[in-house]
Ligand binder design. Structure first.
Ligand code: SF4
Length: 350
């Protein structure tokens, strides 16, 4: 790769600031697409020795709890038609994955959009849409609910997870590279209570370098604000119409995240006026009969640790030996935004 002049200049500034700061700096990227960029362009290896780029809980499929996976697979196996986004099909649970349920004859449909799910509903009136993802994908689910779609919500709000990471105290995080996609919806304000330097960044390699530079500049100056590097896509106010629509349909509740456990006020549950479209209520007696006591990830899988930034894929004993994109043992190997999948496909292509 021929490095562009701007990247070279940014790296010079990053090196200079890191020397002036003179201690280890840990910066966490909060978006799977940032992880792809960091890996594809080898940005980790370009950083000064004292600047560490780690990944966090930015992959929406990966953070979906094992319990939610096991429940939706059981609903499908019980004969309820299920539609969801493609990556979610292959996440392994105790009862198998949705894809395996489909091979056993369950009506499971991968979709690219809520519109596709709504079309399927014409043929399958009992269809349940397994909604997952952060503020970026929730507005589409809102539209689906308003059009009469039944939803099993595993949707999550992103900012509470950032606070949970800091409160957990397992790792000292000096700065966050905030997710570009989520930020197009929420803007800057929801991040402001988080008292760590933050930069909202785009997904080109130079965007990430600019974010690192801006974070180091804040750290050096002892500042702690939210900067927006991704001006070409993120308005400071986000997309208020899309953001507020979320709360027309959903209430905020505690939610379970893989790796983080229960995160207060990070989940989205359908408001009571939509209870007839809430799969968790509609099928509550069926869900109550599912034995979730063994609803745990593979005992050797380190996905939870990877999502908290305390492990890399190479720390997992299953990585490449047992767990590959063809034979995933955990969600981080399934999703194209998962750290294990990114590490595998970038560094160990066929
Ligand atoms: Fe989990 Fe596989 Fe990643 Fe290991 S390599 S952490 S088993 S997804």
């Amino acid at each position: 790769m021929r490095m562009r002049d701007q990247s070279k200049q940014l790296l010079q500034k990053i090196y200079s600031l890191s020397r002036e700061i003179g201690r280890e700096i840990v910066l966490m990227g909060l978006c799977g697409t940032h992880s792809q960029t960091i890996s594809r362009y080898g940005l980790r290896s370009l950083m000064p020795k004292n600047v560490k780029l780690i990944a966090g809980p930015g992959c929406p499929i990966c953070v979906t709890s094992q319990k939610d996976i096991d429940i939706i697979v059981n609903l499908a196996l019980a004969g309820i038609p299920v539609a969801t986004y493609g990556d979610a099909m292959r996440v392994p649970g105790f009862f198998g994955s949705l894809e395996e349920a489909r091979r056993k004859g369950a009506k499971v449909f991968p979709v690219y959009s809520v519109d596709e799910a709504l079309k399927l509903k014409n043929n399958y009136p009992d269809l349940v849409f397994f909604g997952l993802g952060f503020e970026t994908t929730v507005p589409a689910t809102v539209y689906g609910v308003q059009q009469g779609l039944t939803v099993y919500s595993a949707h999550k709000l992103f900012v509470p997870a950032m606070q949970a990471l800091l409160d957990g105290g397992e790792i000292k995080i000096d700065g966050f590279i905030n997710p570009g996609h989520v930020s197009t919806i929420i803007g800057i304000k929801p991040y402001q209570p988080i008292k760590v330097p933050q930069v909202i960044a785009g997904f080109e390699s130079e965007d990430v370098l600019i974010a690192v530079y801006l974070l180091l500049r804040q750290i050096k100056a002892g500042r702690c604000v939210v900067e927006n590097e991704y001006l070409r896509a993120v308005n400071p106010g986000g997309n208020p119409k899309a953001y507020h629509s979320i709360f027309d349909v959903f209430n905020v509740a505690d939610a379970e995240w893989r790796g983080l456990g229960i995160v207060p006020r990070s989940g989205l549950v359908l408001k009571s006026k939509f209870k007839r479209q809430d799969a968790k209520i509609k099928y509550q007696s069926l869900i109550a009969r599912i034995n979730l006591s063994q609803s745990q990830e593979h005992p050797a899988c380190r996905c939870g640790d990877i999502l908290r930034g305390i492990a890399f894929p190479s720390d997992c004993p299953l990585f490449r030996r047992v767990c590959t994109p063809e034979t995933p043992c955990g969600p981080c190997m399934v999703s194209i935004e998962g750290e294990c999948n990114i590490e595998f496909t970038q560094h160990f292509p066929e």
